[in-house]
Design a protein around this ligand. Structure first.
Ligand code: ZN
Length: 411
């Protein structure tokens, strides 16, 4: 729902943007030519990077029809475009729901990050029991377009003042887009009983990869570096083939920088907020934005300790549902029983991976039986040695797809 004053702005915005109406179907051919050099450098002839401010207004008008969506603005850009925020929750004023913040398109040319964000929104507003369960336990705040001027001007990274607003969070005079987002973060931290727990900053990188930018312990803390590994590998566990390991891109190895949003989070809220930049450039895997969004959401739920067990295995957005994988007990010491139920006698392999993605044990290779299969893992690697305590992933791969389960081994 729109607050009345902004409803007016949207209607006004629609009247002033009558030129390009037929853009509900996004033309992917309009996407920019990417120069895969060592920088995020992008060459693009289209003026709006394939998804304009007007496209956003049309989506906002659609999303605001849902009773559990609030559309509001957090401020204005240099050229006075509203910075729209959508809030999705059954109780947006709840003081106990988990609060999550996601902002996208600070860099206008990196529109892949927006497609992922849009799929996250699509899941959150959907009719499913899964989405209903999320809305009953979470408040999601999402900024789909943090830099609308840059989008309209066709700038790859800058705002209308020609400044890259991904940095400059430590400047004395802030850019209006930076100031608006920072003030919003401040409003949703100390003054509320349920502050933001996860803050994702959505970008798109130069290679055909999906990954999070990990902050080394030298720029954070040992504990936070572990929490990041847990979060990143947790997300990956829901889309193994899609995401890179936590150590694919390591930053802050020589200390904490102070110009980025994540710098601000770390310096003001430390280990309390999992603030990460996400980079998406799925290239030939285009179309997997829904699986990506699903994995990010499920990783968030695991991270904040929200139990989705009743909906965990439901078939949402391409997650293979032809078999179930579980282990019991979990956490475990000494041994755990891994069971999987399949609907065809597939050629299968079951492997154990550590948190860095390294395979530690092959438990099974061969044709699994129809129905329930059970294997005991006693916490030993392929050499028969005891593995250390910590998180492990059990993964089953068959012709029909793969599935992964996170396990905690405590000695
Ligand atoms: Zn970027």
């Amino acid at each position: 729902m729109f607050k009345p004053i902004y409803k007016f702005i949207i209607i006004f915005g629609l009247l002033t943007h009558l030129k390009s109406q037929n853009n509900n179907n996004i033309n992917f051919n309009k996407k920019c030519q990417i120069n895969f050099s060592n920088q995020e450098s992008v060459i693009c002839e289209s003026h709006d990077w394939g998804y304009s401010y007007q496209d956003l207004i049309e989506d906002l008008n659609r999303w605001e029809e849902y009773p559990y969506v609030v559309v509001d603005s957090i401020g204005f850009s240099v050229q006075n475009r509203a910075l729209w925020e959508i809030t999705i929750s059954n109780q947006p004023e709840s003081s106990s729901h988990h609060r999550i913040y996601i902002h996208a398109r600070t860099h206008p040319g990196e529109e892949e990050s927006f497609w992922v964000t849009k799929e996250i929104i699509n899941i959150l507003v959907s009719n499913s029991q899964f989405a209903e369960s999320i809305r009953s336990n979470f408040i999601f705040h999402i900024i789909p377009m943090h830099n609308p001027d840059g989008v309209e001007l066709g700038y790859p990274r800058e705002n209308a003042n020609g400044i890259d607003i991904e940095s400059g969070w430590d400047d004395l005079v802030l850019q209006p887009e930076v100031s608006a987002l920072k003030n919003r973060f401040i409003d949703l931290m100390i003054p509320v009983a349920n502050p933001i727990k996860v803050a994702l900053n959505m970008h798109s990188a130069y290679a055909c990869k999906r990954f999070f930018i990990y902050h080394d312990a030298n720029g954070t803390s040992m504990n936070f570096s572990f929490l990041q590994q847990q979060f990143i590998m947790g997300v990956k566990s829901y889309f193994q083939a899609g995401f890179e390991n936590w150590d694919y891109f390591i930053s802050w190895t020589s200390g904490t920088p102070d110009q980025y949003p994540e710098s601000w989070w770390w310096m003001n809220h430390g280990e309390n907020v999992m603030a990460l930049t996400y980079e998406d450039m799925n290239c030939s895997f285009a179309g997997s934005y829904d699986s990506t969004a699903n994995a990010i959401l499920r990783g968030i739920f695991d991270y904040v300790g929200f139990n989705l067990s009743t909906t965990r295995d439901s078939n949402i957005n391409g997650i293979n549902n032809s078999f179930l994988l579980n282990n019991y007990p979990n956490p475990f010491n000494q041994s755990t029983k891994i069971s999987f139920i399949i609907d065809q006698p597939y050629n299968s392999s079951v492997n154990i991976y550590d948190i860095s993605g390294k395979k530690v044990k092959t438990l099974f290779i061969g044709k699994s039986v129809l129905g329930k299969n059970e294997i005991i893992w006693k916490g030993k690697n392929d050499l028969g040695k005891d593995v250390p305590s910590g998180f492990y992933f059990c993964s089953i791969t068959t012709e029909a797809g793969s599935k992964t389960k996170k396990m905690l081994y405590l000695k």
